[in-house]
Structure formats: C-alpha cells, structure tokens
Design a protein around this ligand. Structure first.
Ligand code: DX5
Ligand code: ZN
Length: 224
C-alpha cells in the first residue's frame, strides 16, 4: 500500500483539527506540514505552535517540510512541537550536513529536499555521506511556495534516477514526491519509484476528500 501524505496547506485552517482527523479516518498514514518563511519561498504559513496544537489529537506521522532559510534555528522547536520527520532544502541558506545531525540529535527522522531544477546528483552527495541517516529524499514536482500548481512532468526521470540509485546501494531511504499530484498522474509517479505521495489540493479541494485519499491509497503503478 502506498503512503499518502496529505498536505495540510490546502486544508481548511479554520477546522484544522477536524481536517487532520478526517485524513486519518480516510487511512492516510502521514500529514505533510508545509512550513514557509517568506524568504526561501514567497509565502508564509505556519510555525511550531500550530504543530503542537494538533499533535496531541493525532496518531499521524507528522512529515514536516521546512521551506525556510537557516532551518537550524528551528529544528529543536519543530521537534519539541511534535514533528516526526523534518526535511531541509539543499537550496536553502544552511549547512545541510549540520542540519541532518541536529535533526537526528532530536530523535527525529532526517530528510533532504530538492527543487525541480536541482539535479539528483546534488542529493546523492549527501546520501553517500549520510547513508540511511537520511530517511527520506523529498523530490519537489512543483517549485515550492504554493499548493494547487501543475505537476512538472520533467521530474519523472529524476525520480527514476533516485530509485535506481537507492536500489543499487541497498539504502532504505524513502522517496517522497511533492506537488501537483492527483488521481490522474499518481500512477506514473509511483511507477517512477516514489514511496510517499504528497497531495494537497487534489485531496482537500476534491468533492470527497476521504474518497480521494482511499483511491490514492489503492492507486497502482502502471506503465506510463
Ligand atoms: C508546495 C508544498 C506542497 C504543496 C502540495 O510548496 O511543498 O506540499 O502544498 O500541494 P498540491 O498537491 O496542491 O500541489
Ligand atoms: Zn511540501
């Protein structure tokens, strides 16, 4: 079964706890939490206080995507607020090696994220250095900042490249793909080698979000 991580950026923030309960009821295993600082991306979203406010009531795995500059300043705060995994962008103003160690020292899973115009080779440098300490590689299929954008088909070869590398090395690192994924293209993303699917608007803006999640959970790879 695929892992579906609904991105709460597209949820109704006026009913956030109810929305998180809904995705859990529908069978989603993760909640994808998009943190934006208005500097790394031209948008501002949420901070640790929102995570801690919904943490107690949820058994979901909180997949925390930091789209912020200098994330080292907030890794402890997001960890204490209840993040389970924290991803940092290779394109951010930061020392990613140090950030990975910081996240691990907080007892959380560490992940690295790359934008559509960043080659897999840059991520491979970190994966060679850190091995399975990097639990997940987040491959962006939109440029970060907003939900509701169109999937960039050009990232499919990069997903395949990452899948081949992980399979050839025996690493346990999971591949997460994030941005513009819907019921029409999820098969090709899975077929390229993704383990975790992030979807925001395709779920929360659909007529029946619970049904959309269930259909994504049972989506099968198909030869694209
Ligand atoms: C964009 C975020 C994505 C986004 C996904 O910067 O990282 O997680 O919210 O939303 P959709 O699925 O609508 O593209
Ligand atoms: Zn995201």
């Amino acid at each position: 079964m695929n892992i579906i991580a609904p991105s709460i950026l597209s949820a109704d923030f006026g009913n956030l706890r109810q929305q998180i309960n809904m995705i859990e009821r529908a069978g989603a295993q993760w909640a994808h939490i998009d943190v934006m600082d208005g500097h790394f991306v031209p948008n501002i979203t949420i901070g640790p206080v929102v995570i801690s406010s919904v943490r107690q009531g949820s058994g979901l795995f909180f997949d925390t995507h930091l789209m912020i500059q200098r994330p080292e300043r907030y890794i402890k705060a997001f960890s204490e607020a209840g993040a389970d995994l924290i991803s940092v962008h290779l394109e951010a103003e930061t020392d990613v090696d140090r950030d990975i160690e910081l996240i691990l020292s907080e007892g959380k899973k560490a992940a690295i994220a790359i934008n559509p115009n960043t080659g897999f080779s840059r991520a491979r440098e970190y994966m060679e250095r850190h091995g399975d300490d990097i639990s997940l590689l987040l491959i962006m299929s939109v440029f970060p900042g907003f939900g509701g954008q169109a999937f960039i088909e050009g990232v499919l070869p990069k997903i395949r490249e990452a899948r081949e590398y992980i399979n050839s090395t025996g690493l346990k690192t999971q591949i997460e793909v994030d941005g513009g994924i819907n019921l029409e293209n999820i098969g090709s993303v899975l077929n390229a080698g993704a383990d975790v699917i992030v979807a925001g608007s395709a779920i929360f803006k659909s007529p029946d979000p619970e049904d959309t999640i269930k259909r994504m959970l049972s989506a099968n790879n198909f030869k694209s």
